[in-house]
Write a protein that binds this ligand. Structure first.
Ligand SMILES: C[S@@+](CC[C@H](N)C(=O)[O-])C[C@H]1O[C@@H](n2cnc3c(N)ncnc32)[C@H](O)[C@@H]1O
Length: 267
């Protein structure tokens, strides 16, 4: 089965310049543009292409490393994320930066339909190998191949930090969410208790590099540490979400704030 939603040539454009494709897909009402086009490296900015290539390189061992580096906490974080999304069998959910589909799987288990969408073809291929029944979509968070107001919920787990322009991605996520729908962002954040924060930063700078030996790409895990340290804290991300147009933004700290779950609503 193909990774990408099957498409044929775009026939014409709709009111917002979205190319209509004549795909025989059950997602034809919401997918616009040519998915093959958005998936080629040449179309991505330099940093985005580098990020995609980096995730291609770690795809095979990505989920194992996640478990190892988080001491299994990632499973609890995923359960909390699903609770915040609160999906049901009538929902269509966009799992942006869905990678190998593990974050999507937890939502699918609640009966919702999920479209994992990612720029790394390596991550998508690995996902498709594991979950052949899922439609994986190649797409860039900065130019989503979906029409306005398509999804009941949009979620992104440990992906927003990697996107070149956070503000633009938050606006793009708002665009494709239905009015009244929600966004749930799971991302590494800042532990609130100072001694714990210091311990965590020691872990990031000393223990993580040692664990990198088990990965297939140590540059990727150096990048991971750097990107976590440079990422805005809970208040900082809340501000960015509000500025992008999300309403009633709140967050919940997990594991003392190592991860924060931010939730907001489309007015
Ligand atoms: C840390 S992984 C998270 C995967 C998955 N959400 C999970 O929880 O296991 C980050 C993912 O973000 C994707 N990504 C980075 N930049 C992106 C972009 N601009 N658009 C879509 N996906 C992107 C990467 O390819 C990678 O698969």
């Amino acid at each position: 089965m193909p990774i990408l939603a099957p498409i044929t040539k775009p026939a014409n454009t709709d009111s917002r310049g979205c190319k209509r494709s004549e795909r025989l897909s059950r997602y034809k009402e919401i997918i616009c543009g040519n998915l093959y086009r958005v998936s080629t490296r040449a179309d991505l900015g330099k940093k985005t292409a580098e990020v995609a290539a980096m995730f291609d390189g770690v795809a095979r061992r990505y989920d194992l490393m996640n478990d190892l580096m988080s001491f299994g906490q990632v499973r609890r974080w995923r359960r909390e994320t699903v609770k915040a999304i609160d999906p049901n069998s009538s929902h269509l959910v966009l799992d942006l930066a869905g990678g190998t589909g593990m974050s999507s799987q937890a939502i699918r288990n609640k009966g919702a339909e999920v479209l994992p969408t990612d720029i790394s073809l390596g991550m998508l291929s690995e996902g498709k190998r594991r979950f052949p029944e899922v439609t994986f979509v190649a797409g860039n968070a900065l130019q989503l191949p979906y029409k306005d107001d398509s999804f009941d919920a949009v979620t992104i787990s440990y992906g927003l930090r990697n996107v070149q322009d956070t503000a633009a991605a938050l606006k793009e996520m708002l665009r494709v969410t239905k009015p009244g729908g929600r966004v749930v962002i799971a991302e590494f954040s800042t532990p609130t208790w100072k001694p714990f924060r210091m311990l965590y930063h020691w872990y990031l700078s000393s223990v993580m590099p040692a664990l990198e030996r088990f990965s297939s790409n140590d540059v990727a895990y150096d990048y991971l540490v750097e990107s976590i340290i440079n990422w805005p804290d809970q208040q900082g991300l809340t501000k960015l979400m509000r500025e992008a147009g999300w309403a009633d933004v709140q967050w919940k700290n997990l594991t003392g704030g190592i991860v924060a779950l931010h939730r907001g609503w489309k007015p």
